[in-house]
Design a protein around this ligand. Structure first.
Ligand SMILES: Nc1ncnc2c1ncn2[C@@H]1O[C@H](COP(=O)(O)OP(=O)(O)OP(=O)(O)O)[C@@H](O)[C@H]1O
Length: 294
C-alpha cells in the first residue's frame, strides 16, 4: 500500500515548527539509573546512562527485549522517575510558546533538569513541548481524525494555527480523511493522524516508541520518511525506540542498549550493521562493552 505520505516531502513546512539550536543537546542523560522494585527483587533497568541527543537529529534506540529502551525513553520524556542521575533538557526548546507561567529554573548551561520537577511542571512540558508517537497509535476512538489531531491544543485551551494544521494534513496525505473515525482508517492512516497530533503543537522534541511496530512495510516506510524529512527540513529532533534495523536505518544515529547500558553508538546506521550488532547482543546474552563498542 503506497500512500501520499510515502512520496510527499515536508518541504514548505520549514520554519513553521519550533526547532532549537543545532549542535546543543536537546536532551541529555547523566549517570542515569532506574531500578524497579527494591532489594533482592530489584530490576536494574538502567545502569548508568550518559548520553547527549543533539537537536535537529534523528536517533534510534535499539537493543534486545528487556534491555531498557522503553525505560530510557520514558525517563528522557519525563514520563517516569529516575532512581539516580539527571535528565537535562535545553531550555530554548521550552521557550517558544507564550503563556508558560510554570517555567522551572534554568541552569548556567541553559538547561532544565527534569528530575527536579514536580508532576505539574512535567505535565505542562510534555503537553506543550514534547510530541509522542506510540506503536498502538493511542487515538481516541469516538473522535474524528481532525478532533484527534487538535486534541492537545484543546486540552491546553490553545487556538489552532489553521495554516499549520492545513500543511501538516496535506503533507501527511490526510486531507480526505479528516472526518473519519480511527476505526474507519487503515493502520498507516491512523499512525499519520497520530504523527499530525504529535506535531500540531510544534514540539521541540518528538519521542516515538516503535512507531512502525503495527504497520506493513509500505506504511512503515511512509512514516519513517516523514520522520526523517521532519528532522532534515524542519530541524525537528526525533528519538525513536525500535527493535527493527530497517526502521533504525532511517535515523542519523543508533544507540544499542544491553542490560541497561549503552553498548554501541553508530552514526548513519545501516540495516546490516544494526542487525549484526543486535545479533551479537542476543548471542552474548549479556553485554560485553569491549565486543561491540565502535
Ligand atoms: N513497571 C515495571 N516494573 C518492574 N519491572 C519493569 C517495569 N518496566 C520494565 N521493567 C523491567 O525493566 C527492564 C527493562 O524494561 P524495558 O521495557 O525498558 O525494556 P525494552 O528494551 O523496552 O524491552 P522490549 O523491547 O521488550 O519492550 C526489563 O527487565 C523489564 O522487565
Amino acid at each position: 500500500m503506497q500512500n501520499k505520505a510515502d512520496t510527499s516531502s515536508s518541504q514548505g513546512l520549514i520554519d513553521r515548527a519550533g526547532p532549537g539550536v543545532v549542535g546543543q543537546p536537546a536532551v541529555s542523560a547523566r549517570q542515569l539509573t532506574k531500578d524497579y522494585g527494591q532489594g533482592s527483587n530489584a530490576v536494574h533497568a538502567l545502569r548508568g546512562i550518559d548520553v547527549n541527543f543533539e537537536q535537529g537529529r534523528f536517533t534510534a534506540i535499539m537493543g534486545p527485549s528487556g534491555s531498557g529502551k522503553s525505560t530510557l525513553m520514558h525517563v528522557l520524556a519525563g514520563l517516569d522517575t529516575v532512581t539516580s542521575g539527571h535528565v537535562y533538557m535545553a531550555a530554548d526548546l521550552l521557550h517558544s510558546k507564550s503563556g508558560d507561567r510554570h517555567h522551572p529554573s534554568i541552569d548556567q548551561a541553559g538547561r532544565v533538569d527534569l528530575t527536579r520537577m514536580d508532576d505539574r511542571q512535567l505535565t505542562l512540558i510534555r503537553r506543550r513541548h514534547l510530541g509522542f508517537i506510540f506503536q498502538s497509535f493511542n487515538l481516541l476512538p469516538m473522535f474524528t481524525a481532525k478532533q484527534n489531531i487538535l486534541m492537545p491544543l484543546v486540552l491546553d485551551g490553545v487556538r489552532p494555527d489553521s495554516s499549520w494544521m492545513e500543511q501538516l494534513v496535506e503533507t501527511l496525505g490526510l486531507s480526505e480523511r479528516l472526518d473519519h473515525l480511527p476505526g474507519e482508517l487503515s493502520g498507516g492512516q491512523q499512525q499519520r493522524v497520530a504523527i499530525a497530533r504529535a506535531l500540531i503543537t510544534k514540539p521541540g522534541l518528538v519521542f516515538a516508541d516503535e512507531p512502525t511496530g503495527n504497520l506493513d512495510l509500505a506504511s512503515s516506510t511512509g512514516v519513517l520518511k516523514f520522520l526523517r524529512d521532519s528532522v532534515r527540513e524542519l530541524n525537528q529532533t526525533v528519538i525513536m525506540v525500535t527493535h527493527d534495523a530497517y526502521a533504525a536505518s532511517y535515523a542519523d544515529r543508533a544507540l544499542v542498549l544491553a542490560d541497561g547500558r549503552i553498548v554501541a553508538d553508530r552514526q548513519n546506521p545501516t540495516v546490516k550493521a544494526m542487525n549484526d550488532l543486535l545479533a551479537e547482543q542476543v548471542s552474548a546474552g549479556t553485554a560485553d562493552d569491549s565486543q561491540v563498542q565502535d
